[in-house]
Design a protein. Structure first.
Length: 398
């Protein structure tokens, strides 16, 4: 008998049954259709629309077994149907099946809640999407980052999280790939060889994330690690390694790297460029007369003056002390003309304390199979020639 297997609570009307469901923990309901006050169809509909009772399985046990009645039973939310007179073995089997199914659902919900709690404990931004790029799971860190309170709001505001990636050359974004629907697959592929970084703007701030992704079944799991601070430090170190601290232009090390690329390109394309080295005449005397602070001010303002009269893609660096180097994608005669114009601009400029200063220039041109040391030596020889023949002039060395 069922009473030997289960604790049974009887109710002789739908209203009493509904009251019991709201007050006690009930695992399953056996429902007749014909009952006093309200019938079983209406009672089931009330059970299935109540948040507290909607997940309780309802099995109709009734003598009405016409097709229309059976259809109504399932339409109002009934989970199963057994005709009277019923077979006890069949009824117990149906009860057992639905209770087991409910238990599986409960365990599944618990597993899902456990997984969500684990995900929510992560500091990284984590989300799960399906093949259609629909976000199915997101942790609290990600929702908080985007200023949202729940998954539904995230799904409403973002068809795809990739929409928030900033389009910049140094970072991954949709413009870099042909098939934008496969952006996660692209991240998975790229991450095998390198870190995949994305930049995201949020609340007028920009954040940099290292993205990791993996695929399981038809789902994608993505993890975003905030490396904004590390990246900013890296950029600072990179800047310090490439730029002169005083004048804010390229330093000698960076100039060497740029020149290596320039020589390689010129060799491949059978093209040429001009290399110029110049320094300030009698700079030691200026430092001795006015002090090193005035000397530093001259170096800074001289750099600004030169930058006003060259293009952004021209290479300009501090070689050391009062010496500077330049590289232009022009021939020798044009390079000499440029150097002469710069010499005149410097001569005409009035510095705050020192008044006027002059510079001497050495110019040479890249030749086939040239090495950087050879180019520098020719320009240096031309510079010494300018100094030895009166200073404040431009000399060339072929």
């Amino acid at each position: 008998m069922a009473s030997d297997l289960y604790n049974i609570i009887l109710a002789d009307s739908a209203n009493k049954g509904l009251s019991i469901l709201l007050k006690q923990k009930v695992d399953l309901v056996l429902m007749d259709i014909m009952m006093p006050d309200i019938d079983g169809l209406e009672a089931t509909q009330m059970i299935k629309t109540n948040k507290k009772t909607k997940d309780i399985p309802v099995i109709f046990v009734t003598a009405k077994n016409d097709d229309e009645t059976i259809s109504k039973c399932y339409k109002v939310g009934g989970d199963d149907y057994v005709s009277k007179p019923f077979n006890h073995v069949e009824l117990l089997a149906r009860i057992s099946f639905h209770l087991a199914s409910k238990e599986k659902d409960r365990l599944l919900i618990e597993e899902k809640e456990y997984a969500q709690n684990v995900v929510d404990l992560q500091e990284n931004l984590i989300l799960v999407t399906n093949d259609a790029n629909t976000i199915t799971t997101a942790n609290k860190a990600l929702l908080s980052f985007y200023g949202l309170s729940n998954l539904a709001d995230l799904q409403k505001n973002y068809n795809c999280i990739c929409e928030s990636f900033i389009d910049e050359d140094d970072y991954f974004h949709l413009s870099k790939i042909d098939n934008q629907d496969k952006w996660i697959d692209e991240i998975i592929s790229l991450s095998q060889d390198e870190d995949v970084l994305v930049k995201v703007s949020q609340n007028n701030n920009e954040f940099i994330f290292n993205v990791k992704a993996t695929k399981f079944n038809n789902q994608y799991l993505l993890s975003f690690t905030d490396i904004t601070y590390i990246s900013e430090q890296s950029l600072e170190y990179k800047h310090e390694a490439s730029y002169d601290a005083l004048t804010k232009i390229y330093n000698r090390n960076m100039f060497h790297r740029l020149m290596d690329k320039k020589i390689s390109l010129a060799s491949q394309q059978s093209s040429s460029f001009v290399f110029i080295i110049f320094d300030i005449d009698y700079f030691k005397k200026i430092n001795d007369t006015y002090g090193h602070l005035v000397g530093d001010d001259i170096l800074i303002n001289l750099t600004k003056l030169i930058k006003k009269h060259i293009r952004d893609n021209d290479v300009f660096a501090r070689w050391g002390g009062e010496e500077f180097v330049l590289a232009f994608d022009v021939g020798l005669s044009k390079g000499v003309e440029i150097a002469e114009n710069l010499r005149a601009f410097i001569q005409d400029y009035k510095f705050d304390r020192a008044g006027t200063i002059t510079c001497s220039f050495g110019v040479t041109e890249y030749k086939a199979n040239d090495k950087l040391d050879a180019i520098i030596k020719r320009a240096d020889d031309a510079l010494y020639k300018a100094k030895d023949t009166g200073r404040n002039k431009v000399c060339e060395e072929i």
